[in-house]
Structures are given as structure tokens and as C-alpha cells.
Design a protein around this ligand. Structure first.
Ligand code: COA
Length: 425
């Protein structure tokens, strides 16, 4: 079976997390992704957080599956010739360099366009045009500047960053959509275009509901936030709401049996209005079904703390999985707090390929997250990440059509720098 992006060739100039997330997705959908790395060094994450000495880190391997790697010094004259040939041969260039790097390398958008007018140039930057456009940005900076941190955590605590990499991986996802959209438009226009996703913008997009609440504040307190029931006045900005859902169906994280010793013995419980009567029966409060203080959603809003405290009395008598089983029978939306250990061992995630075991020649077997997006006609098998420069000669020969003599010349120029033996080992 062919894959959705078979025939699309990506010049992958990405590093760290945001860009590699994007190109890994494209590779899973079948694109030929050629990762260009600095000779001898490579993507900096190869050497970061190494759990096994001198072996590509999990940080790198888990973000660079299904790609080929070539080393190329793009500041070397011969290296620039190779890069020009790559631009001619690829459909998309993806990069997440610091601002201005591509220009300083001698490859601004105008030049790339003149080399290959069909090329799509896709970039992740920290910020879009404006006062911070020249700034370098990492994940947590984006979380802070995109509205996530100011709305995450508890009202009386400091702003919090979340473990979900919404700045890096989130923006990589946005960029991937921009790329396939531009590829689609190219089928009509025949032209390439620039695709840019700024991390601040990506995070703000994911915090859309908090901008919603910012505007609702102008018309009164946010009644779905527990602070309303606590009688605490709202300020002029969307506050941190702890574990309140803050949406139309109030929810909370509640303790389950074993919470005293297990940091993840909790469940998220949603008091969805259509199943309120079932909730009352399950927790042993049938009187709440008709009581004026509890029967209607609006009446419950000022009493969320009391209501969830009562529900928690019930959840504390069950493990999170027992509670899930019971609540699911009544269609009451809930979800156990799953640890990474539990997710790693989850057999249904293994069966769908969302958690995969990958074999790497130097590290052995490890777990990774496979393609979370499933296409019925484009299977996503996960193959290991490349060693640094593993495919340099292969790409020079098979993609760019260089002869052995030309390849030897390029090696001699120092543009590939790392010794050939090591690169193809
Ligand atoms: N050959 C020669 N030089 C290369 C090269 C290659 N193959 N690949 C990269 N370089 C050089 C660049 O030309 C640049 O040199 P210059 O500054 O002299 O022009 C240099 O490497 C550093 O590039 P830069 O991207 O700025 O790396 P950094 O380590 O200083 O910064 C980030 C890292 C992530 C902060 C920065 O890239 C960034 O802000 N990116 C955009 C936002 C982003 O994606 N952030 C999230 C990362 S997960």
C-alpha cells in the first residue's frame, strides 16, 4: 500500500523538538525526509539527556523516526553547492533555526525561490512579526508568552508550565498542517509559498478557550470556576482555575482509593448535566435529583466545592479503574489519571501503534509514541532514527545523482567533515 505523502521529498533542516515533530509526522505519512545535520555534531539533542553514554538520546530517537540523515556544512562553499542541489530536488524545506539563520547562511526566501519556485519553505519561529521577532524561544517560553502559564495552576499559586509540549510539538503539528495545505494549493497554482508557525501563536491557539473566558469576564464572573462559589472576586484577566474544567460541564480531579501513597490514584470526574440524575444515584444522593439547590446546572454552580467533595467521598472508596468501570456503565464521563508507566504498559495503545517498540542498533529496544493520526489507506510503520550522517553518500548518489568522483571531491572539500567510515558505519 502506498502512503499518503509518497513522492514528497522534504529537506529537513530542523533540530530539537518543534521542527522534528513536524517532519517526523510527514515521514510517517510517507514523505522522504532528509535531515541535514552539522558534521560531527548533528542535532544537539543527539547528545542531550543521554541515558546511555555515546548513544543517541531518547530525546533524539523519539523525534526523528523514519528519516534519513546527511551531514553537511552549509557554511562551506562546496556545502552550499550541495544545499543548492538539495533545494532543486526537494518539495519542501522545513527549518526551525533561530531568526535570520537561513539568511545568514546565504539562503533567504528569494534565493530559494529563484533556485526552485515550486519549493515550500516552512518555518517555526518563537514569535511572529512584532517586538519579539528576533528572540530565540524554547518550549516553556512559548507556554508563558502564549497564555498557557497564566491560566495554568491554582489561583493562589505561581503560574505553571504543563508537561504537554504544546509550544514545541504543538507548533510542529500546526506547521505540518500548513505544509500539506501548501502542497495541496501547489497542485493548483504550481507555486511554492512560505509557511510560518510561531510558537506563541500556536500556544495561544491551544488556549483559545481562555481568551473566550477573558471576554466573558466583561459580562460578569465566570460561574464555572470554583472561585465563583468561594465568593472570591475576579480580577481583570482570566484566572488560574486549578483542575476546574471551566467549561459548560463542570469537572474536577478527585482522590481515589490509595491516593495516600499513589501519586496518580485520582480520577477526572465530569458532572455532565444530562447524566446528573445517574450521578446522584451512584454517589448515594438521590435527594439531589429534585432538591432546588442541586437539580439544575445553574443552581449547582455556586456549590461546586461542596458537590465535588461529596462525589470524592464516593470515589475514595474505589480505585480509579473501579470508579471508571462503574461510571462508564452510566455514561458518566470520567478518566483515570494514568501514569507514564501505565501508558507504557497499556496493551490497547500497543495494539493501535500509538505506543511502539523500536529497535536501534546502538541502544537496543525502546518505546516511542507512534503516529497518533490514523489514516485507513496510509499505514504508519515506525522505523528507527538515523545515525548521524548515515545516509550522506546514499543521498548524494541516489537523490542528487553525483558520481563517485564528485562524491569524493565533496568529501575532500570538508563539506561533510566527519570521516566517511564513521558516517556510514
Ligand atoms: N552547517 C553549518 N552551520 C549550521 C548548520 C549546518 N548544517 N546547521 C546549523 N548551523 C548554524 C546556523 O547557521 C547558525 O549559525 P549563525 O548563528 O552563525 O547564523 C547556528 O548553527 C545556530 O543556529 P540556531 O538555530 O540559532 O541554534 P541555537 O542553538 O543558537 O538556538 C533555538 C536554538 C531552538 C533557540 C533556535 O534555533 C530557535 O529559536 N529556533 C526557533 C524556535 C524554535 O523552534 N524553538 C524550539 C526548539 S524545540
Amino acid at each position: 500500500m502506498t502512503k499518503a505523502l509518497t513522492g514528497v521529498r522534504i529537506l529537513d533542516f530542523t533540530h530539537v523538538q518543534s521542527g522534528p515533530t513536524c517532519t517526523q509526522l510527514l515521514a510517517w505519512f510517507g514523505a522522504d525526509v532528509i535531515k541535514v545535520e552539522r558534521p560531527g555534531v548533528g542535532d544537539i539533542t543527539r547528545g542531550q539527556l543521554q541515558d546511555i553514554p555515546n548513544v543517541d538520546s531518547l530525546y533524539f530517537t523519539m523525534l526523528n523516526h523514519n528519516k534519513r540523515s546527511i551531514t553537511l556544512d552549509t557554511k562551506n562553499a562546496k556545502g552550499k553547492e550541495v544545499l543548492t542541489a538539495l533545494i532543486k530536488s526537494c518539495d519542501v524545506l522545513v527549518e526551525n533555526f533561530g531568526p535570520g539563520v537561513l539568511d545568514r547562511m546565504g539562503f533567504p526566501w528569494e534565493k530559494i525561490q529563484s533556485i526552485n519556485p515550486k519549493m515550500i519553505v516552512a518555518s517555526v519561529k518563537g514569535f511572529g512579526p512584532g517586538p519579539y521577532q528576533e528572540c530565540k524561544v524554547y518550549e516553556n517560553v512559548a507556554q508563558c508568552t502564549g497564555g498557557a502559564a497564566s491560566t495554568t495552576g491554582f489561583r493562589d499559586g505561581v503560574p505553571l508550565v504543563t508537561g504537554a509540549q504544546i509550544g514545541d510539538s504543538g507548533t510542529g503539528l500546526h506547521l505540518a498542517l500548513g505544509i500539506v495545505t501548501a502542497l495541496f494549493q501547489r497542485t493548483v497554482t504550481g507555486r511554492g509559498q512560505r509557511v510560518t508557525a510561531a510558537m506563541q501563536d500556536g500556544v495561544l491557539n491551544l488556549c483559545r478557550v481562555k481568551l473566550r473566558d477573558q471576554q466573558r469576564l466583561a459580562h460578569g464572573p465566570l460561574k464555572e470556576y470554583s472561585q465563583f462559589g468561594e465568593g472570591i472576586a475576579f480580577g481583570d484577566a482570566t484566572p488560574r482555575a486549578g483542575n476546574d474544567s471551566g467549561g459548560g460541564q463542570p469537572g474536577r480531579i478527585l482522590k481515589c482509593k490509595g491516593w495516600e501513597t499513589d501519586p496518580n490514584a485520582y480520577i477526572y470526574f465530569i458532572t455532565q448535566a444530562p447524566v446528573w440524575e445517574k450521578i446522584c444515584d451512584v454517589i448515594g444522593e438521590p435527594g439531589w435529583k429534585t432538591h432546588a439547590d442541586y437539580a439544575k446546572p445553574a443552581a449547582r454552580l455556586p456549590r461546586l466545592n461542596e458537590i465535588f467533595a461529596r462525589i470524592e467521598q464516593w470515589t475514595m472508596t474505589k480505585t480509579k479503574f473501579e470508579a471508571m468501570d462503574i461510571l462508564n456503565e452510566f455514561d458518566i464521563p470520567c478518566g483515570p489519571i494514568l501514569s507514564m508507566k501505565e501508558l507504557a504498559e497499556d496493551q490497547s495503545l500497543r495494539a493501535t501503534g500509538t505506543v511502539v517498540e523500536v529497535d536501534h542498533p546502538r541502544r537496543g529496544k525502546y518505546l516511542s509514541v507512534g503516529n497518533p493520526i490514523k489514516l485507513s489507506d496510509s499505514p504508519s510503520d515506525v522505523t528507527r532514527s538515523p545515525l548521524l550522517g548515515e545516509h550522506t553518500d546514499e543521498v548524494l548518489r541516489d537523490v542528487l545523482g553525483f558520481s563517485d568522483h564528485q562524491i569524493a571531491e565533496i568529501h575532500d572539500s570538508g563539506a561533510l567533515a566527519a570521516p566517511r567510515k564513521e558516517a556510514v558505519e
